[in-house]
Design a protein around this ligand. Structure first.
Ligand code: PAF
Length: 273
């Protein structure tokens, strides 16, 4: 497995690849959820390139850019075990200069939910991914469904900018007690980890109501709110795949999303119905 630091090194490596190239963009602190993305790419492509880059432009002032977990040695081991061919680990200076164009995420998809509390976040995501897509030129790029809004925005960007890349969604990976895996879970102590289980339990409650043919969005949201008490809820949203709120569940076209604070840590989770 090669570790590449510069754009030139990646381009040289890419030139040696024949067949399909899978790309898994990450910010490091890899866990079993990322491993699932890596394994999907390795099994579906001739070569897999992973990026590990804590992208400054997607963090707002006052967010956790400086304390975001960084575990490069462990990340390299996970990539090696999963059969990755190359890791791109650039410095910020390699990716950004003083004067920068910005790719703006469409406001229809980026101003709600995560974008409402994190304005500009998805512009940073679209900007860095456009750079990585241009550097790596992947056949397939892998994104977790846990970041549902990010996935929908990236799918939209690739389509509307005519980027010849297939975006592959990968299912959420959960711990045995239901918690969706996230690098930010490392901020939680034992008590907070127990509290965090309320997120997946509230989604399980929604799933059970839907199975019982209770499809009214308000009723489902009320039941979820009760499950989440006493945590501070940022949002519970029931939307279609264009992120528009819907009054009633449409099977195959609904996502239920939540953002909740467990102490100071903001966690997200979702259910694709
Ligand atoms: O989901 C993430 O980890 C990041 O938003 C991504 C896609 C690697 C872009 O920095």
């Amino acid at each position: 497995m090669q570790i590449l630091k510069t754009v030139q090194e990646v381009r040289q490596f890419r030139a040696t690849c024949s067949g399909n190239v899978g790309f898994v963009p990450t910010m490091g602190a890899l866990h079993a959820g990322h491993a699932q993305l890596l394994k999907s790419s390795v099994s579906q492509n001739d070569h897999t390139i992973v990026s590990i880059f804590v992208n400054p432009t997607q963090f707002l002032a006052g967010e956790d850019l400086d304390r975001y977990p960084r575990t490069p040695e462990a990340d390299i081991k996970i990539c090696e075990l999963c059969g990755v061919d190359a890791i791109f680990m650039p410095d910020a200076n390699e990716i950004y200069s003083q004067i920068e164009p910005k790719i703006l995420a469409p406001k229809e998809l980026s101003s709600t939910l995560e974008g409402a509390t994190r304005p500009g976040h998805f512009d940073g995501v679209c900007t860095v991914l456009t750079k990585f897509f241009n550097i790596i030129n992947p056949t397939n790029a892998y994104f977790g469904k846990k970041d549902a809004q990010q996935l929908l925005i990236v799918q939209h960007m690739v389509k509307s900018l005519f980027m010849p890349i297939n975006i592959v969604p990968v299912d959420i990976v959960r711990s045995s007690d239901g918690l969706a895996l996230s690098s930010r879970n490392s901020y939680l102590n034992d008590d907070e980890l127990a509290q965090a289980l309320k997120l997946s339990r509230s989604l399980m409650k929604a799933s059970n109501l839907i199975k019982a043919n209770k499809l009214n969005s308000l009723e489902i949201k009320d039941a979820m709110s009760s499950c989440l008490e006493p945590l501070k809820v940022d949002y519970i949203a029931i939307v279609d795949k264009s992120l528009k709120p819907i009054d009633s569940i449409e099977l195959g076209n609904t996502i239920i999303l939540i953002a909740v604070y467990v102490s100071n840590t903001r966690l997200i989770d979702n259910l694709w119905v």
